[in-house]
Ligand binder design. Structure first.
Ligand SMILES: NC(=O)c1ccc[n+]([C@@H]2O[C@H](COP(=O)([O-])OP(=O)(O)OC[C@H]3O[C@@H](n4cnc5c(N)ncnc54)[C@H](O)[C@@H]3O)[C@@H](O)[C@H]2O)c1
Ligand SMILES: O=CCCC(=O)O
Length: 493
């Protein structure tokens, strides 16, 4: 059976890059494929690096004007873009599923999540407050202003083709910055559709630019990092690429925001509400089939409930129906590529060779339409010496590890280089609070497996990166603080 999207607004399907308000082609092209069928779904420009220079130049010119606009004006544009995304939500969701492979239900959630950043930052834009300060000299007064940092280079991954970009583009534009976006080549259609809606919303030429490359992504990244006109890089992706971008940005000392890999521990204490903990751990683990940076990676369950937890966890996961993301009968879609499946298999093989048991074996399901289908695996008897306990799988592998004490599990949880999300399940408020405080993570989610929202500060510690996206802090990453001192003031007394 074949599944194809049925778009209402066909204008959303773009086949060109977007620079300085123009849709542009290039002689060289590449194909985007549906990971669930491997059929070609679009042909896009595979641009030369000079396209980055053109987009940066356009963004730099547009910035001169855009930075002087009122926050209320920018809020109006952002709000309009939010409305347009919601009006086109079903088309955008189908597009995400088509190019990423996630199930349509998840893609619908992603569209709302992505659009919510435009709504949120429309509301935050007018709140770029400064301070007034009394310095030591009584004749001086000081005030601070938050100013837009300038042209922002935005590099986004494939796992949330819409949301990861919107989470960066919205605060940048709200602050008065202009953007050059380089989406993942395999999932660029969603970004292009949003750029089209930004054009419809009335964003001036040059404020939003999208450049495309399939064969020269590292060169595009280098160009953005080394450009003196680009004042900030915001990146979501792997820690290794984050480290490279940081090195490359040192020559221009750019401001950076990095959302990198995770390795989220889920810690379930004996006194947790068992059914709820199972449901939420499953939801966290298998969101995007394990391909989100906040997905549960290591599921630590206290010994008193370990067996019951494992039994219920397996029962829930065994009920999944993997299939094409547009198939209403499926609950989960496919993975992004075979490399993702290879990593899952590597972790399973390593764990089983060291004594873990594949209580739900899972495995490849190519008969569903492409080599990217995989039914989830669940392992019990996982221990700290196994690869899965130390590295992010980024795929549908549930790894259940038994622990005895809070002290022991905190040590396990903190014993990795990453620190993005962590999860704690307990009905004891002391356990919840004290374990949350002890965990080395940017975000701790207690008694819920799904916590992300435009209103919360999203970001990590250690090698999971820095910067906070969304929330009341989200504008800070795109602004600088200017201090204005007025001296020689003479009181009238
Ligand atoms: N934080 C997240 O949301 C997130 C998203 C995707 C991947 N990841 C991490 O990455 C790992 C594997 O995924 P991956 O291989 O696609 O990650 P990756 O870092 O290689 O790719 C992420 C994005 O970075 C871009 N990219 C790659 N090399 C680049 C370079 N030299 N310069 C500029 N851009 C570059 C790619 O186009 C891609 O869209 C996962 O295990 C996970 O840890 C995290
Ligand atoms: O994959 C990273 C983002 C996940 C989220 O924002 O919920």
């Amino acid at each position: 059976m074949t599944f194809e999207p049925a778009f209402i607004n066909k204008n959303l399907i773009r086949s060109q890059a977007y620079i300085n308000g123009q849709w542009v082609s290039s002689p060289k092209t590449y194909q985007i494929t549906d990971p669930a069928s491997l059929k070609t779904i679009a042909v896009l420009p595979d641009q030369e690096v000079s396209a980055v220079d053109e987009a940066v130049d356009a963004a730099a010119v547009a910035f001169k004007q855009f930075k002087t606009t009122s926050p209320r004006y920018r809020a109006g544009l952002l709000r309009k873009l939010y409305d347009l995304m919601m009006e086109n939500a079903e088309d955008l969701a189908q597009l995400i599923t088509w190019e990423n492979g996630k199930h349509l239900n998840e893609a619908r959630g992603e569209v709302k999540y992505a659009a919510s950043y435009f709504e949120w930052f429309a509301e935050e834009a007018p709140r770029m407050y400064g301070h007034t300060i009394s310095p030591a000299n009584p004749s001086n007064r000081v005030m601070t202003r938050k100013e837009p940092i300038g042209v922002c280079g935005i590099i986004t991954p494939w796992n949330f083709p819409a949301a990861m970009g919107c989470r960066k583009i919205a605060p940048a534009l709200a602050a008065g910055c202009t953007v050059v976006v380089k989406p993942d080549s395999g999932t660029a259609l969603s970004t292009l559709a949003i750029a089209y809606l930004a054009e419809q919303a009335g964003f001036p030429a040059g404020t939003v630019n999208v450049v495309l490359s399939d064969t020269q992504t590292p060169e595009f990244g280098l160009r953005l990092c080394e450009s003196k006109k680009v004042k900030k890089i915001s990146f979501t992706g792997s820690t290794n690429v984050g480290k490279l971008l940081m090195k490359q940005s040192s020559s221009t000392l750019k401001k950076l925001s990095f959302e990198l890999g995770g390795n989220a521990p889920v810690i379930v204490f004996d006194d947790a509400s068992l059914d709820h903990a199972v449901e939420q751990a499953v939801a966290s683990k298998f969101r995007g089939l394990g391909q989100t940076c906040v997905c549960a990676n290591r599921i630590y369950v206290q010994s008193g409930i370990y067996d019951k937890f494992a039994e219920r966890f397996v029962k829930t996961v065994a009920n999944f129906t993997v299939g094409h993301g547009l198939d209403p009968a499926a609950t989960h879609g496919c993975l992004i590529n075979e490399r993702a499946i290879n990593k899952v298999e590597e972790h399973v093989k390593d764990a089983v060779s060291k004594g873990a048991v594949a209580v739900l074996p899972g495995g490849r399901r190519p008969e569903l339409g492409s080599p990217n289908f995989y039914s989830p695996t669940v392992l019990t008897g996982v221990t700290q010496d196994m690869q899965v306990a130390n590295e992010e799988t980024f795929g549908p592998l549930g790894a259940l590890i038994k622990f005895e004490t809070a002290e022991e599990v905190i040590e396990y949880a903190n014993g990795v280089d990453h620190g993005l999300a962590s999860y704690v399940f307990s009905e004891n408020y002391n356990t919840i609070l004290m374990v949350s405080e002890a965990l080395e993570a940017g975000m701790v989610s207690c008694n819920t497996g799904l916590f992300t929202d435009c209103a919360i500060p999203f970001g990590g510690v250690k090698e999971s990166g820095f910067g906070r996206e969304g929330s009341l802090y989200g504008l800070d990453d795109y602004t600088t603080i200017k201090t204005i001192t007025i001296g020689n003031l003479r009181p009238f007394v």
